[in-house]
Design a protein around this ligand. Sequence first.
Ligand SMILES: Cc1ncc(COP(=O)(O)O)c(C=O)c1O
Length: 387
Amino acid sequence: MYRIGQEEIDAITRVIKSRDLFKINGGAKECMHFEEELKEKLGVKYALLMTSGSAALTSALIGMGVGPGDEVIVPAYTYIATAIAVTSTGAVPVIAEADESLTLDPDDFEKKISSHTKAVIPVHIQGFPCDMDRIRAIAKKHGVFVLEDACQSDGGSYKGKRLGTIGDAGAFSFNFFKVITSGEGGALVTDDRTIYERGLIYHDSSAIAYFGNQLDGISEAQFCGTEFRVSEFTGAIMREQLKKLDPILADLRRNKRYLMDKLGDVYGFIKSNDIDGDCGTTLPFFFDTEKEALAFKAKADEAGIGGTRPIDTGKHVYSNWTPIMEKRGAFNPKFDPFKFEENQGLQTDYSADMCKKTLDLLSRAVYVGVNPDLDEAGLDAMAAKLR
Ligand SMILES: Cc1ncc(COP(=O)(O)O)c(C=O)c1O
């Protein structure tokens, strides 16, 4: 969370005073307005606000028709939620290496494509944009859907286009740790009418036909999905947060750039696929050896700055995705994609050292968080300590 205050308090007050807390028939229609405002900001045709980034990823995959018998390629460095979204559909995740940008390695993505590959999920981790030109070209060549996991990169961009709007669909998270937040929340965006219609039905499946006119103009037949609907509180807070998105990003980017300029003669940084579109949340130092990374982290901790090695971020590293590694895809074995007949023989031979390149890169990087509200004096003091 970066900035939250009186505007959000006023928005919540507005919802309570309206006494319309329900998204669909509500007089205030905060969620509906948010979806319209998000579409306009991102330049997409469809947007669905829902409970989480996981919900948005899963709904998008369902919209792409992903299911049993399908492989979905995910990077070895992403939060476990990306892989779990795949198993939620009955498909299985295939794990591919990250490259020097710490995002999906396009070469390994292409190597992992098989006749079963239905989709790929490039993840703009820590606000670092993926190499979307190459990923899209490879996906197009092989007829694979691209779902951008923009959960850690709300508002970021790649070559001038907003992250989440470059592939066939994009998923955002608004949980507490994201660039903009309502505590929990997420959104699916797409220009694809079919993905939108299926995502709409799937994410609000019990209420869709009952309340309002949600099914007007929808040609997909209603099917059973789940319930990822949010209340008007989420919509109201997110409308205020959306207004703050670009100012937050501008300040993060300015401060990150300032620190990189001040430190560039001493340190190397993770390669960026588009430093201008990078969200600026993280200053990613990169070292030749793990020993140097550990020494730097120890010094940064000592100086009160604090550093995090991505290798130490638990469920962001594939080798720590216990239920995936141990192939427990559901509580009930009959619902477990790893046990489905259709999924036998797919690329699920997981092991802790299967993506050695990713593990090596992650062990040599150290993140220092960027504060958008730090002024020049504060940045100078930080840069002096980091030197
Ligand atoms: C890369 C990534 N994907 C997906 C998610 C899931 O988002 P949520 O927690 O909103 O379900 C997260 C959340 O931290 C994430 O970091």
